[in-house]
Design a protein around this ligand. Structure first.
Ligand code: ACO
Length: 436
């Protein structure tokens, strides 16, 4: 297409500038040429919360929020959820292509091989209080892995990076399961190399005195599908944390711990836990109109609704609704699904939600399935973090290999005091302290 440029006239100087447009984007650095005078720094953009700023080029995940489309490396999420194992999808996200049979067998073997954790990790896990939040345990133990693998600091070496990628994906279920059992006071169960990724996780969570834990096939497949749906979602808060922290070339364990922290927040991955608490609080369909009224008055949020990018039905929520039916056929119906369905029905026919394009997101239904499977709400975000580790690592690798990337360091618009002189304490007048 011709004329892929933007012409800007600066009314301060009457100067006109022509700026190239590339894939619907202008480069912020091109604006720097626009200056009010000789000593001017040049024009910047102001974009709190990155509402309209692309911070990177990425070939990993495509999503169209208006159309409700999600693809990993070009493959529709629906096809991957139906046909793949989680580790197959992990390979795809990290390598760009689906594995051949041989590649997949080797990849499965590599991940299985690295699923054990150092015995000392168990020791400091024991130090956590019995009611420590599992995301806090996970974040701390992942960060602590950096002290077990000092070689991981060598992030410029592709071989070394790959080793840490395999280690982290392999160890996440083990760490998560140990955190789960620690809180219950149960002995830790070692990984079983004969089991798939999801079945091994279930084994480490739920095995008691039986010699061999046999996972229910439907539940194991449901977990695998949920892992696939959560594996990546382009430049969300935790992926951006991974890229920002990783851009300082910190080791991947410390960097992933920052992503876990970001994920734990109730506006991000922590929303699945909040949804269950909200459904508990609503209690029955009779209380829904009153709850919705509070949301519309701005007193509450309808957790599990709304998304920065999706302004249409989240395709993951649609798949999760189907999975819920299959899980309930095994576990019995979680009565909270009826409250959730009714909330969704009312919300989707209400002007407040329609005009703001608020639809159920991935977190709205996932917790109901997790609860039916036997998880407590505080464990839900961990179930998000295990598969999302793959996405974080794919984003991290891509960032490190991108010649355009440098240490992440945004600018600011300074709004504070102008230069002023120091006064001794005795001569200072009382003022309202700002920002504390
Ligand atoms: N309930 C009620 N109102 C909402 C909700 C909600 N869940 N989400 C957004 N709104 C309203 C806002 O109040 C705002 O209304 P206004 O225009 O009258 O001020 C409008 O919709 C736009 O919302 P923003 O907060 O500007 O949207 P933003 O893109 O910044 O936030 C977010 C997205 C954080 C996901 C938000 O929708 C939210 O808080 N949802 C609930 C938490 C949640 O489910 N998070 C999980 C997201 S998915 C994930 O991270 C895995």
């Amino acid at each position: 297409m011709d004329n892929q440029t933007l012409t800007i006239t600066d009314n301060r100087t009457q100067q006109t500038y022509t700026i190239p447009i590339w894939r619907g984007t202008i480069r912020a650095m091109d604006l720097r040429r626009i200056k009010a005078g000789a000593g001017d720094f040049g024009l910047m953009t102001y974009d709190p919360a990155f509402m309209n700023t692309a911070s990177c080029q990425s070939a990993i995940t495509y999503l169209d929020g208006d159309k409700g489309i999600l693809r990993y490396r070009g493959y529709p999420i629906e096809q991957l959820a139906e046909n793949c194992t989680f580790l197959e999808v992990a390979y795809l996200l990290l390598h760009g292509e689906l594995p051949t049979e041989e590649e997949l067998a080797y990849w499965n073997c590599e991940i299985t091989h690295h699923s054990m954790i150092h015995e000392n990790v168990k020791k400091f896990m024991d130090g956590f209080h019995h009611d420590a939040h599992p995301m806090g345990i996970l974040m701390s133990t992942v960060a602590a892995l950096s002290t077990f693998y000092p070689d991981a600091r060598n992030v410029a070496d592709p071989k070394c990076r790959r080793k840490q990628v395999v280690r982290l994906i392999a160890k996440m279920p083990t760490l998560a399961a140990y955190a789960f059992r620690h809180r219950l006071g149960l002995p830790y169960i070692y990984p079983d190399p004969e089991l798939s990724y999801a079945k091994n996780y279930m084994n480490m969570l739920w095995r008691r005195t039986e010699p061999k834990y046999v996972a229910n096939e439907v539940l194991a497949r449901a977990l695998e599908v949920l892992f696939i749906l959560h594996a990546d979602h382009e430049q969300n808060c935790s992926a951006s944390a991974m890229r920002a922290v990783g851009s300082s070339t910190a080791d991947p364990y410390s960097t992933a711990a920052a992503s876990i922290a970001a994920l734990s927040g109730p506006l991000h991955g922590g929303a699945n836990e909040e949804v269950l608490r909200m459904l508990d609080e609503i209690g029955s369909n009779d209380n829904i109109p009153g709850f919705i009224a509070q949301v519309k008055e701005g007193k509450r949020k309808l957790m599990g609704f709304g998304h920065r990018v999706y302004k249409n039905y989240d395709p993951r929520a649609r798949i999760i609704k189907q999975v819920a039916g299959e899980v309930f056929a095994v576990t019995g119906r979680n009565p909270k699904i009826d409250i959730a369905l009714e909330l969704e029905r009312i919300a989707l026919s209400d002007d407040y939600f329609i005009t703001r394009k608020l639809y159920p997101n991935v977190d709205f239904y996932s917790g109901i399935i997790y609860e039916a499977m036997g998880f407590k709400p505080e464990e839900f975000t961990v179930l998000f973090g295990i598969p999302r580790t793959v996405g974080w690592l794919a984003q991290w690798q891509e960032m490190l290999q991108d010649p355009e990337q440098k240490i992440a360091r945004p600018r600011q618009v300074y709004t504070g005091e102008d230069c002023r002189d120091f006064a001794p304490a005795a001569l200072r007048g009382q003022k309202e302290p700002a920002g504390i």
